[in-house]
Structure formats: structure tokens, C-alpha cells
Design a protein around this ligand. Structure first.
Ligand code: ADP
Length: 409
């Protein structure tokens, strides 16, 4: 029997899972199982928000990504998050027969001001995290529901919450503050930043790619959710997301930065209520809203609809603007790292962003970019440009194992 950590990442329309063997006690932990169940929906909306026609799909792989089993549901069949967790609790234990699962680590999007590091879950912690649901309405309820389900099914199994906000606890005061009255700021209304588990992973492996990859680095996490982080010596000093994960770059379905006056106008002049505005800003905006085609970058790149091309243009424009802003906070730029679905795979977006950043000293190696090399800048480029696959689950497993070994159960 091998000790193992199970990692659950319950997102807005998918539940990803991994299991890591922890014999070696040293990172990187060895992934022994991985997979996901995606395109989850509700009875009113069978598919995910950005792709309502998609049908639920489950895949489980071994540690090398080799597919072990798959299952698809019919398009019309709604599979909720609860259904998906129940399915996984049947499906995974026989596949982990040779492992003794010592604890479960969860991705939890918002840790607020209270949690600057991972936390062992108990009733009090759950209660605190529930208060943060309005700050991450698309993710936090699903993160916590998965914890609650496991708590009922396996009450003795330790669970550890790992937060997307925690990495940004190094943000200087000036980068956290909003220009709002002190009384509001005192109630925790400030920039928290997100995608911290991804940034923490990138910070932990950067030196393996290039020992010089420290100093002043901007990491671009471009997935369905998208943000950028300015790191100095591996620590977050500025980031594009804010109080909620709506701020910053336009995303698959989220609007990104917006004049707050627009929200007031929607409420007072267009007669929308708060729920309608929430749905619009989180689920109907971003690439999906602008293009009217899809929130998925692959679909936009494949589309010849001019609105899809305009959405891509705006996406690159806003990334380029933020790159300049983050370089200014760092006082210069030594390297850029692309990561997550779009960052790791889209030759086109990387090329557009790098071309727009020529003024910063970025020189793209077109062939290396086409070939998906790790380093995609020329040798002469003043700023190194890297593509590094992220692994948030690895970070969660490390923290969860550290919690297990530091606490006597
Ligand atoms: P999540 O934030 O849900 O973890 P991912 O990091 O997997 O999402 O990123 C999903 C995004 O990556 C989607 O917009 C998808 O279209 C995009 N993507 C994945 N592969 C490619 C590709 N080969 N070319 C362009 N975009 C891609």
C-alpha cells in the first residue's frame, strides 16, 4: 500500500481530480491517477454556460495521461455537480485499490483576508468560507459542496482547502487598495487576486527552465479564467484580478475590467436587477459575449465570423495593455511566462501578444513558437519568453501532504 493524496478541483462546469503517491516525501509528488468529468449543468441548463450544447463526459487516466476509461452522457441528460461527485465516489475507489488515501486536498477559489495559507477543513473553516460565496459565485459554492459531500461520506478523512488567493498575500498595500472610503476598505473590500495555485506552481519550477528565470517576471495564466501576475523573485507584487475573479482580462464568459459606472447604468437605467447583472457579467460576457460565437478560444480561432476575430483582437489588446502596466510595477521586465489552456496551446495568441510587446524588448522565435518549445524568444531577445505547463493539482497535493505530516491526526 502506498500513501496517496487525492486532489479535487470542483469548478463551475467540471470536476477535475488527481491522485498523487507520496512515498518519496519530496516534490514533485508522483501522479498516479488523473481525470475529469466535464460539461456539467443543471436541469434548466443541461450543458455548461459557455457551451450549452456540450454533453457531460468523464475520463480517467493513469499518471502518464494514458486513458483508462471514458464515459459520455447524452446531450439532453443534465449531470449536476452532486451527480458527478456521487459518480466519482463509485468510480475512483476501485482504481485506488493499491493506495491508502491519507487526505483530500481541494482547490478553493477564495480564502478572503482570513486564509493566507492552506487550512485543514472543520466546521468553523467551512462556515468562514461560505461567507465568501458572493465574492466567487461561480466557483466557491462548488468547491465547498465537494468538501461537504466528502465530509458526509468519509468523515474521518482529513480535508485541506488550498486557496487561489493565498499566493497574493505578498501584494504590497498600494497594489491591494481600491480608492474607496476607509470604512469600506476596512470591511475587506480590496484586491485579493486569483489563480494563485497556478502562479505558485510556476514560481516553484521556473528555475528548472532557466536559472535566470527569476527577477522581474510576468506570468500570463490564460485559461477559461484569465489573469496575469507580476512576480519579483517568485513573489506576487501585482495582479490583474481583484476583489472577485471578474476583474482584469476579458475571459471565456467573464467581462474583466469594466467602468463601474456601467453597472450603475444597468441597474438604474436598463432596469436589470442584481442577479441579472451578475449572470451577465460572469456568464454572458467576455469572449462569448463579444463574439456571440463561443467562449472557447479554439472555436474562435476556427471561426471566420468577424465578431470572433474582433473578440480575439480585444483579448490581445487588453493583455498587451496589462503587460505594460505590470512591467511598470516591476520597474522593467526580464521574462514572460505563458501558461494554462490558451497560453500553453495557442500559437496565434502567443504570437500576437509577443509582437505587441516588441517595445518591451520581446523578440519572438516564430519557429520555436510554432513547435511549442519551452523557450519561444530568440537568443538575442532582451526579455525571455517561456511556455510552462501549469499543475495546480501538484501544488495542492504538496500542501495537503505537508498538512498531514505536520499535524497528528
Ligand atoms: P480552465 O481555466 O477551465 O482550467 P484551461 O486552462 O483548460 O481551462 O483553458 C481552456 C481554454 O484553452 C479554452 O478557451 C480553450 O479553447 C483553450 N485552448 C485549449 N487548447 C487550445 C489550442 N490548441 N488552441 C487555442 N486555444 C486552446
Amino acid at each position: 500500500m502506498q500513501d496517496a493524496i487525492l486532489v479535487i478541483n470542483a469548478g463551475s462546469s467540471s470536476i477535475k481530480f488527481s491522485a498523487f503517491a507520496v512515498q518519496a516525501h519530496q516534490p514533485p509528488l508522483q501522479r498516479v491517477l488523473g481525470g475529469k468529468i466535464e460539461s456539467l449543468g443543471t436541469s434548466e441548463r443541461p450543458g455548461p454556460v459557455d457551451n450549452p450544447g456540450a454533453s457531460p463526459h468523464f475520463v480517467v487516466t493513469d499518471g502518464n495521461g494514458q486513458v483508462l476509461a471514458e464515459k459520455s452522457w447524452r446531450t439532453s441528460e443534465a449531470l449536476s455537480h452532486d451527480d458527478a461527485m456521487a459518480f466519482l465516489l463509485e468510480e475512483l475507489p476501485p482504481r485506488l485499490e493499491k493506495c491508502q488515501v491519507r487526505a483530500v486536498g481541494h482547490r478553493v477559489v477564495h480564502g478572503g483576508a482570513a486564509f493566507s495559507s492552506p487550512a485543514r477543513v472543520n466546521d468553523e473553516v467551512l462556515h468562514e468560507l461560505e461567507k465568501l460565496i458572493p465574492l466567487a459565485p461561480l466557483h466557491q459554492p462548488h468547491n465547498l459542496a465537494a468538501i461537504r459531500t466528502l465530509k458526509i461520506q468519509m468523515p474521518d478523512l482529513p480535508q485541506v482547502a488550498c486557496f487561489d488567493t493565498a499566493f497574493h498575500h505578498t501584494l504590497p498595500e498600494v497594489a491591494r487598495a481600491f480608492a474607496l472610503p476607509q470604512a469600506i476598505s476596512a470591511r475587506g473590500v480590496r484586491r485579493y487576486g486569483f489563480h494563485g495555485l497556478s502562479y505558485e506552481y510556476i514560481a516553484s519550477v521556473m528555475a528548472q527552465f532557466d536559472p535566470a528565470l527569476s527577477g522581474r517576471v510576468v506570468v500570463l495564466h490564460l485559461g477559461n479564467g484569465a489573469s496575469m501576475c507580476a512576480m519579483r523573485d517568485g513573489r506576487s507584487i501585482a495582479t490583474t484580478m481583484g476583489f472577485t475573479a471578474l476583474d482584469g482580462l476579458p475571459m471565456g464568459t467573464r467581462c474583466g475590467s469594466l467602468d463601474p459606472g456601467v453597472v450603475l447604468y444597468l441597474l438604474s437605467e436598463l432596469g436589470m436587477d442584481a442577479d441579472q447583472v451578475l449572470t451577465m457579467l460572469y456568464e454572458q460576457s467576455g469572449l462569448l459575449g463579444m463574439s456571440g460565437v463561443s467562449g472557447d478560444m479554439r472555436a474562435l480561432e476556427a471561426s471566420d465570423d468577424p465578431a470572433a476575430q474582433r473578440a480575439i483582437e480585444l483579448y490581445v489588446y487588453r493583455i498587451s495593455q496589462q503587460l505594460g502596466a505590470l512591467a511598470a510595477t516591476l520597474g522593467g521586465l526580464d521574462a514572460i511566462v505563458f501558461t494554462a489552456g490558451i497560453g500553453e496551446h495557442s500559437v496565434h495568441i502567443r504570437s500576437q501578444v509577443c509582437c505587441a510587446a516588441a517595445w518591451l524588448g520581446v523578440e519572438l522565435d516564430t519557429a520555436a513558437n510554432q513547435a511549442h518549445a519551452s523557450r519561444i524568444s530568440t537568443i538575442e531577445s532582451r526579455v525571455g519568453v517561456w511556455v510552462i505547463p501549469t499543475d495546480e493539482e501538484q501544488v495542492i497535493a504538496r500542501h495537503t501532504w505537508a498538512d498531514c505530516t505536520s499535524t497528528s491526526d
